[in-house]
Design a protein. Sequence first.
Lengths: 116, 114
Amino acid sequence: DGGITQSPKYLFRKEGQNVTLSCEQNLNHDAMYWYRQDPGQGLRLIYYSQIVNDFQKGDIAEGYSVSREKKESFPLTVTSAQKNPTAFYLCASSIDEGLAGFGEQFFGPGTRLTVL
Amino acid sequence: GDSVTQMEGPVTLSEEAFLTINCTYTATGYPSLFWYVQYPGEGLQLLLKATKADDKGSNKGFEATYRKETTSFHLEKGSVQVSDSAVYFCALLAGGTSYGKLTFGQGTILTVHP
């Protein structure tokens, strides 16, 4: 079955540590995204990537970094510079529909990060 | 910039009641509109979508009509079930956008009691 996987489901980090969240998709989608979700709020875009080896900052990129070395993978690193990293992180992907732009986004199951 | 406003929750209903969750938007051009649903501890699932004015999206008994004149995309269901308890997000995908950025509303928590 095609889909998006995220790992781990739960992640605990000590202050001052960097951690990396995994996101893999086998949908052959072109674009991938990372969102952060905090209680009572909508999703906020951290980073996005339209093609391999290219990515752009979203609305809240400070303290985060990404890479896109393969089409199917888009890992997110939460660095020690992120002041309040405890949140639910969601990865998504979408297909490039050419002139019509990008299609709807499909989401992974999420990773809950807690800073101890 | 683009924005989405959802009715404030939480919404609590009895089983078989009628559901409406209001969603209005502000956008330039001709956006596509979506409703996503999130069950506890899970990611978002696409519930329904509409890509142009007057389109009606429907799925699992839920419906929403793209109303350009009122810039709205209200979610409705005629008879809710306990299993519909979840968080519902209205979202907008700007037309012709170069990277497919979704703009989300803040989400509405729905609780359905037996």
